[in-house]
Design a binder for this molecule. Structure first.
Ligand code: ADP
Ligand code: MG
Length: 321
């Protein structure tokens, strides 16, 4: 992942967190409600660089951060295409691999999301992401012919899943998968599952703008500020409880060529970076996995097709800029 765009993203996240913190500070003081005096809640805050972005954990439980970071590290080691020993890297090299139940689950889930998004969400775009230079930050506009041949390797129907022994196989040599648009959301869900198992029921996790709000903060929903990506202003405040919010935008990784902006989300139908007229889309869903994948899919599909997709997953909504 590019360093410069990430710094830009950190600034956005820091602004968001600044807001979250100031909002938490306001509610940190003890309040009187009826005859009850509610005690101030002490919130612990922890951060860590993981999965190419800054993770922040806010919780009244001191051990929450440690649990979340350990789980995200485990998922990153399975799914990162930047770690040569990850299951995804090994699968991409070999074209066939027996994988762990977690990796098998998320690849299967990605195929389902490919189906319901009519191909807009497609983890097999990896060779196109490489071709456009988004993997190594050597951005370029490839020649048309090269895009056409690379497109032959794209399509999640070309991933063969052997349910009985967790084997994943590609139909054609040269195929690769990239879980960059779903892995953080999945890691959030895995971390939340662990937190619940340890009886932690109040926690805000922000994985580089990908958010999960577990329970409440001092008997109120968590408040999360949304930053306008093109202007230094807050575009809205979300009040969330047991929900995930994920944002995909054209400002995260991009380059200009002849005055045209090319971003890191690829339209699998054309082989070109998505150009649906959306600057940024935030999806709210019950799981991090759905929020993450749907925000990428809607960024590709555009505003008019967003509703049709959201209707297929109950509890989801989108804020489109
Ligand atoms: P980010 O993770 O940068 O916040 P996204 O969740 O939208 O943003 O994921 C973008 C990443 O997903 C890209 O960097 C690329 O690796 C991968 N990708 C690009 N286009 C698609 C697509 N149409 N479907 C699935 N994954 C994609
Ligand atoms: Mg995504």
């Amino acid at each position: 992942m590019a360093f410069t765009p990430k710094i830009r993203k950190y600034l956005v996240i820091l602004l968001i967190l600044g807001w979250v913190y100031s909002l938490s500070y306001l509610t940190l003081h003890s309040r009187k409600s009826g005859n009850h005096r509610q005690e101030a809640t002490l919130l612990y805050r922890d951060n860590r660089l993981l999965m190419g972005t800054l993770w922040e954990v806010v919780s009244p439980h001191k051990e929450a951060g440690k649990i979340v970071f350990a789980e995200a590290t485990r998922i990153e080691q399975l799914l990162s295409k930047y770690q040569p020993d990850s299951e995804i890297s090994r699968l991409n090299r070999a074209g066939r691999l027996k994988v762990s139940p977690d990796t098998f689950y998320i690849i299967k889930k990605s195929k389902e999301l490919w189906q319901i998004s009519q191909g807009a969400f497609d983890i097999t775009v990896a060779p196109l992401v490489d071709l456009w230079g988004f993997t190594n930050q050597k951005y370029n506009v490839p020649v048309e012919g090269l895009i056409k041949t690379t497109l032959k390797l794209v399509g999640s129907d070309k991933i063969i899943l052997q349910e009985k022994d967790n084997v994943v196989e590609f139909k054609f040599p040269g195929m690769k998968i990239d879980l960059g648009a779903i892995a953080k959301g999945f890691a959030l869900d895995c971390a939340v599952k662990l937190l619940k198992e340890r009886n932690i029921n109040s926690c805000l996790i922000n994985a580089g703008g990908q958010i999960y709000t577990l329970g409440e903060k001092s008997a109120h929903p968590w408040k999360v500020a949304m930053q306008n990506p093109r202007r230094p202003e807050i575009s809205g405040i979300l009040e969330l409880k047991n929900k995930s919010a994920s944002t995909s935008g054209d400002y995260e990784q991009f380059f200009f060529n002849n005055g045209k902006r090319y971003c890191h989300i690829i339209n699998p139908a054309t082989g070109y970076p998505a150009d649906s007229g959306i600057t940024s889309v935030t999806v709210i869903a019950d799981t991090g996995t759905d929020a993450d994948a749907l925000s990428t899919a809607i960024f590709v599909l555009g505003r008019t097709k967003a509703d049709e997709l959201l209707k297929k997953i109950p509890g989801t909504k989108a804020i489109i800029l």
